[in-house]
Ligand binder design. Structure first.
Ligand code: ADP
Ligand code: MG
Length: 244
C-alpha cells in the first residue's frame, strides 16, 4: 500500500477558536508535500494536530496513518508509528544533555536498545554532516543554541529517528544561506522512495536538493489550491493575495 497519511475533512479548534475548517490531504509513500500560506493561516496547527499536540482539539474529520485512524493516539504512540515533527520554535530542555536526549528518544521511538558507544559514533557522524560541532552533544538540549543550531538539532533527531513521515515547520527560518544548504542536504539524505515529507516554508532555497511533488496553499484554515513545484515561484513573485 503506497498510501501513508490520509486526512479527511479535518476541523480543529484551540480553545473557542476554530482554526482548521475542513482539510483534505493525502500523502503517499515517497512524496514531498510543501505547504505555503500567509502567517496565521493554520499551517503549524495542521502539523501540530497530526503530531497530537494537546493544545489542539479535533472537532470533526479523521487522520489515518497507514490505513489506521490515529485520532485518539497520543504523541508518543504516533512517534512510534513513524511520525516526526520538527518544531517552528524548538524548546530548550535545561539539565538534559543533547546526546542523552537523542539516545533516549531514539530508544523510545524505535524500541531498540542503543549502546552508548555505538550510538555516539552514529551521532558524531550525523553531527559532522550537519556541520554541528561535536561539543554540542554534551550541552543541554537547545540551551544557548542559536536559532540555526536549534533547527540543526531537530534535523539531527530526524536523521536518528528515521521516521516514515517527517513534518518540518519552517525549518529554514532563521538560517543563513549556508545553513539552509546543509539542512536541505540532510533532508535529501533522509528521503528515499518510501519516505514522505511535509514541509512548511516561505522560500524555495530549502528545496534546492529536493523536488516538491505537490505544493499546497493554505489560507484561513483551508487548503485552497494545490499545484506543482512551479507554484513556489509564482508565490515568491506574486505573494498570496491572488489565491482564493
Ligand atoms: P501559521 O503556522 O499558518 O502561521 P498557526 O497554525 O500558528 O498559523 O495559527 C493559526 C491561527 O490560530 C492564528 O490565528 C493563531 O493565533 C491561532 N492559534 C494557534 N495556536 C493557538 C492556540 N494554541 N490557542 C489559540 N489560538 C491559536
Ligand atoms: Mg506556523
Amino acid at each position: 500500500m503506497s498510501n501513508l497519511l490520509n486526512i479527511k475533512d479535518l476541523k480543529v479548534s484551540a480553545g473557542e477558536k476554530e482554526i482548521l475548517k475542513g482539510i483534505d490531504l493525502t500523502v503517499n509513500k515517497g512524496e514531498v508535500h510543501v505547504i505555503m500560506g500567509p502567517n496565521g493561516s493554520g499551517k503549524s496547527t495542521l502539523l501540530n494536530t497530526i503530531m497530537a499536540n494537546p493544545n489542539y482539539t479535533i472537532t470533526d474529520g479523521n487522520i489515518e496513518f497507514e490505513g489506521e485512524n490515529i485520532n485518539e493516539l497520543e504523541a508518543d504512540e504516533r512517534a512510534r508509528k513513524g511520525i516526526f515533527m520538527s518544531f517552528q520554535s524548538p524548546e530548550a530542555i535545561p539539565g538534559v544533555r543533547l546526546q542523552d536526549f537523542l539516545r533516549q528518544s531514539t530508544q523510545a521511538v524505535t524500541g531498540e536498545k542503543q549502546s552508548i558507544m555505538k550510538f555516539n559514533k552514529k551521532l558524531k557522524g550525523e553531527m559532522d554532516d550537519l556541520k554541528l560541532s561535536e561539543a554540542y552533544a554534551d550541552r543541554y538540549v537547545n540551551v544557548g543554541f542559536s536559532g540555526g543550531e536549534r533547527k540543526k538539532s531537530e534535523m539531527l533527531q530526524m536523521k536518528l529517528l528515521n521516521p516514515k513521515l517527517a513534518m518540518l515547520d519552517e525549518t529554514d527560518s532563521g538560517l543563513d544561506v549556508d545553513a539552509v544548504r546543509v539542512v536541505s542536504k540532510a533532508i535529501d539524505e533522509y528521503l528515499d522512495k518510501d519516505k514522505s515529507i511535509i514541509i512548511i516554508t516561505h522560500h524555495r532555497e530549502i528545496l534546492e536538493n529536493i523536488k516538491a511533488d505537490y505544493v499546497h496553499i493554505m489560507k484561513n484554515g483551508k487548503l485552497l489550491m494545490t499545484g506543482d513545484d512551479s507554484l513556489i515561484d509564482k508565490i515568491e513573485q506574486d505573494g498570496y493575495e491572488w489565491v482564493e
